[in-house]
Design a protein around this ligand. Structure first.
Ligand SMILES: Nc1ncnc2c1ncn2[C@@H]1O[C@H](COP(=O)(O)OP(=O)(O)O)[C@@H](O)[C@H]1O
Ligand SMILES: [Mg+2]
Length: 553
């Protein structure tokens, strides 16, 4: 009942403390993590956006350079010079030397006829009049095509410049190596899932993507989602993963450079941080839980100890109250009995005297009378002894102070009992501390206490055994203990041994007053007396006396 009370208290304290200390920790952890992941996400987006823009600028620059070279050549050469195969071939070499990425170079007349050509394909003599790009370049002057298959039936794109030379006009056209161009675009791809490619306004790949797709095949991206210069779009990939796309339109406004990245891969740094955070949190929680449980246990145990000490104190208080009340009553009773006893004794004396007279001497019951009177006297004597003990205690309540050497007092008491002990083959041993101070106390009363304790010990042993009397200084008190190897006192009787008239001895042997008187004497002196006993092993009675240093005379 009592234990469950403490257990519940302990549980409650632990529960409340844990809630109060862990809740803020959790809230803080979650808030920090959310804030941090938002920041992290923003950073990731910013970075991919930046990469898309930077790569678009690089590609723009690439195209601008190629266009500029082509324009410069067209501007600085006449039609006659340029259609000369040797010249054209030389120019082609210079272009590739200075800029690179050109696959071929050709001159086309304003009627669409391919007049001169340097390159790996057989294109000379073909007519481009019907082709889309031809119309575009004739009307715009400069034209960069989308990727298309053309006569060569391979994906490629061209840069074409129209040169107006007097009445005549012609077109200088170069093909860009799709592999080199693709490689430049792909330079922006990072990580295991990153990609970089270009799509046109219809959503067809203009460079080969890293994953599932070919040049000219349709991409899954809708270019209309991307407005402005650079736009971020989040889409679900084929495996359900979230992919972030950053699209940046090139200057020609036809091509969209796209950088893509799986969000999960970009966020691995964050997940690492999250795991560290969870680990720290777990350690923190473990520490808090352990400390809370530990401290609560210690506190509740202290509380329990304090409670039980208080209970013991209360019990002791009740015990001494009870003994005091009993003492007063017993003293009153003893006094009342004392007078009738005196009268009985006086009257039996008188009857004894009368028995000496002749009449009675002749009576045949004379011996009977004498025996009866002896019995009466004996029992009155016993009653007087009890009364005397009680009255003696009641009258001599105030101790008579003198210088007392405890060890001497113990020694004298033992010498009184030694004979009696030896007869029963009981050895009385002593362990007396030698540095004990002389105290102010009542030697006769102390001797009575020790006499009670040692004779009780001898009684408890009966025959064959040992009694050990110890004296020792314990702080501000002197301690005298009497230990025997007797039969011990059962637990339930231990609190009754100090009660007046409590005895387990047969009538005539014990009065049950010895320990009661001892208890009262020691208490009057400001000391304590208590018992420790185990049935079958023995008993120790301990007397503790305050050290009162005698006044100098
Ligand atoms: N050393 C002891 N060992 C076992 N029992 C003891 C011891 N001292 C006292 N007792 C028990 O306490 C009872 C009361 O002792 P006490 O007050 O001296 O009265 P009495 O000796 O007259 O019986 C004894 O009857 C005995 O049962
Ligand atoms: Mg006794």
């Amino acid at each position: 009942m009592k234990t469950s009370l403490y257990a519940t208290l302990q549980k409650k304290i632990i529960f409340v403390t844990l809630i109060v200390s862990l809740a803020p920790l959790f809230i803080l952890g979650i808030t920090i993590y959310q804030q941090f992941s938002r920041m992290y996400r923003a950073k990731v987006e910013e970075q991919i956006e930046y990469r898309a823009r930077a790569q678009a600028e690089a590609v723009d620059l690439f195209l601008k350079e190629r266009t500029a070279i082509l324009a410069a050549i067209a501007d600085t050469h006449t039609f006659q010079e340029i259609i000369d195969d040797k010249n054209l071939s030389q120019l082609f070499q210079i272009m590739n030397l200075r800029a690179g990425a050109f696959v071929d170079l050709g001159v086309i007349s304003n009627s669409g006829q391919h007049l001169a050509y340097v390159g790996p394909y057989e294109l000379k003599g073909l007519n481009y009049y019907q082709q889309d790009w031809f119309g575009e370049v004739m009307s715009k002057g400069i034209y960069i095509s989308d990727v298309y298959l053309g006569y060569r039936q391979l994906p490629h794109f061209i840069i074409a410049i129209k040169r107006q030379e007097g009445q005549n006009s012609w077109i200088l056209r170069a093909t860009i190596d799709p592999d080199i161009f693709g490689a430049i675009v792909r330079a922006a791809q990072v990580g295991k899932t990153g990609d970089a490619f270009i799509i046109n306004r219809e959503g067809s790949y203009q460079t080969r993507p890293r994953f599932d797709g070919q040049i000219l095949s349709p991409s899954k991206l809708d270019p209309h989602l991307f407005g402005g210069r650079t736009t971020l779009v989040e889409k679900e990939g084929s495996g359900g993963e979230s992919i972030l796309y950053a699209g940046s339109w090139l200057k020609n406004d036809k091509w969209l450079l796209v950088i893509s990245q799986e969000i999960a891969e970009e966020m691995t740094g964050l997940f690492g941080t999250r795991n560290v955070m969870i680990a720290i949190l777990a350690l923190g929680i473990a520490a808090i839980v352990c400390t809370t449980i530990g401290i609560t246990r210690v506190t509740v145990n202290r509380l329990r100890d304090a409670d039980s000490q208080m209970n013991a104190l209360n019990a002791q208080l009740m015990q001494s109250d009870k003994l005091a009340a009993l003492g007063k009553m017993a003293a009153g009773v003893a006094h009342e009995i004392n007078n009738p006893l005196a009268v009985i004794l006086q009257k039996t004396g008188w009857i004894e005297d009368l028995l000496m007279e002749e009449d009675f001497q002749r009576s045949k019951n004379l011996e009977e009378f004498k025996n009866s009177i002896k019995k009466i006297e004996e029992h009155v004597e016993r009653a007087r002894k009890v009364v005397h003990n009680m009255l003696g205690y009641a009258r001599k309540m105030e101790p008579h102070m003198e210088d007392v050497d405890i060890n001497d007092t113990v020694g004298q008491t033992i010498s009184i009992l030694n004979n009696y002990a030896r007869i029963n083959n009981i050895e009385i041993l002593t362990e007396l501390a030698q540095d004990l101070p002389i105290i102010a106390s009542d030697q006769a009363q102390l001797q009575q206490v020790f006499l009670n304790l040692i004779s009780n010990a001898i009684d408890a042993i009966g025959k064959d055994g040992r009694v050990l009397v110890k004296s020792v200084r314990a702080g501000s008190e002197l301690e005298v203990s009497v230990t025997d190897t007797g039969k011990g006192i059962p637990e339930e009787l231990q609190k009754r041994v100090f009660d007046p008239f409590f005895t387990t001895k047969e009538t005539g042997k014990g009065t049950g007053l010895g320990l009661w008187v001892s208890y009262n004497i020691i208490e009057k002196m400001g000391g304590t007396i208590f018992v420790r006993s185990k049935v079958g092993e023995g008993t120790t009675f301990t007397v503790k006396l305050p050290i009162i240093i005698p006044e100098k005379k």
